[in-house]
Design a protein around this ligand. Structure first.
Ligand SMILES: [Zn+2]
Ligand SMILES: [Zn+2]
Length: 338
């Protein structure tokens, strides 16, 4: 019995008559998380985790029709049991568990196993079919622990401070920026760009406490941010506004920085492999431990990852979807998806 179908509009649940993270307008959409490639405008109605609601409203519009649920709170849609489970990717991110006549399918969206202290930690959900991303589905991608990574960020700030420099971190406004804020809290005053401040409000509105920060307008006089910490979205890299920051050293924070070539990209002063996605080992671990007899791979290194699974006894198939690398990750792209 087939429960899920890949349609031109997106991933479709046949008996439930709903889509998950559709990329074209449909009547009923379940949204795994607030990143722009998964949460698009134009849907008749949205269903998501309650932490994702303020993000959808900020990004898509106040007037959208949203129903929200908690994690592990099953609801019935046209006879299908649907529940959301933590994906550990960003705030509110959820795997969608679909159960119908004894068969269970899990659509995981984007996920990571490392606990960043901001997203609800990933929960493994057993299933018959598992739909996974593979953004970093190559063996070269193996993350440092969060503690080690945070220490790298802190050491870099100390080094900059000893040279009288301002530490500028570049990271995507939703997910990455807040992690950086937590990693560097207490070392110096933190200034964030307004696009990050806007999403910080979404965190705060659901009761998540972030370190103290101030919003900075880079067109204004910038003396007050000198030698402090500044966090900016990737869209500003290479623009003239960023050059106005006095005594700046800047670091790019992205999973791609795990690769040496990427570290030199645009001659940033430093690169830190901060990622909101599972690395190679964690992708393998999750797909195996779900017990799924069939795995669909939606985006990222789909060819390599599905081939590897097939060669290791897990039936896997690449599917073509419109999910991309979040634009934050594609720093090469220069556009920010907000
Ligand atoms: Zn994402
Ligand atoms: Zn994605």
């Amino acid at each position: 019995m087939q429960i899920i179908e890949f349609r031109s509009q997106g991933i479709y649940c046949i008996p439930g008559k709903f889509y998950i993270d559709p990329w074209l307008p449909v009547d009923r959409a379940i949204i795994t998380h607030g990143h722009a490639d998964h949460a698009r405008s134009g849907m008749g109605s949205y269903l998501c985790h309650r932490f994702t609601t303020p993000i959808l409203k900020i990004r898509i519009g106040e007037a959208i029709q949203v129903q929200d649920v908690d994690y592990n709170e099953p609801i019935n849609i046209n006879g299908v049991e649907v529940s959301l489970h933590p994906a550990g990717h960003i705030i509110g991110s959820a795997q969608v568990r679909i159960a119908y006549k004894g068969k269970v399918v899990v659509v995981s969206g984007d996920y990571k196993l490392q606990d960043d202290g901001l997203s609800n930690p990933f929960e493994l959900v057993r299933c018959h079919e598992f739909i996974t991303e593979s953004t970093f589905g190559l063996p070269i991608y193996q993350w440092e622990s969060v503690e080690n990574l945070n220490k790298q960020l802190q050491d870099w700030i100390l080094k900059n401070q000893s040279f009288g420099k301002t530490s500028v971190f570049v990271g995507y406004s939703l997910g990455k920026a807040q992690r950086i804020m937590r990693a560097v809290a207490g070392m110096a005053p933190i200034y964030v760009h307004s696009s990050i401040a806007r999403l910080n409000k979404a965190y705060e509105s659901v009761g998540i406490v972030l370190p103290d920060y101030q919003t900075v307008d880079l067109r204004e006089d910038l003396k007050h941010i000198d030698k402090n910490i500044v966090i900016l979205p990737p869209s500003l890299v290479g623009t003239n506004v960023i050059k106005r920051i006095p005594h700046m050293a800047y670091a790019i924070c992205s999973g791609w920085m795990a690769v040496r070539g990427a570290r030199r990209w645009r001659s940033a002063d430093a690169g830190f492999a901060v990622s909101d996605h599972a690395d190679w080992n964690d992708l393998l671990r999750v797909t195996t431990e779900t017990g799924a007899e069939k795995v669909y791979v939606t985006h990222g290194q789909t060819a390599v990852f599905s081939k590897y699974l097939n060669e290791n006894g897990i039936l896997a198939e690449e599917v073509k979807t419109d999910f991309g690398v979040e634009k934050e990750e594609a720093l090469m792209n220069e556009n920010e998806a907000i």
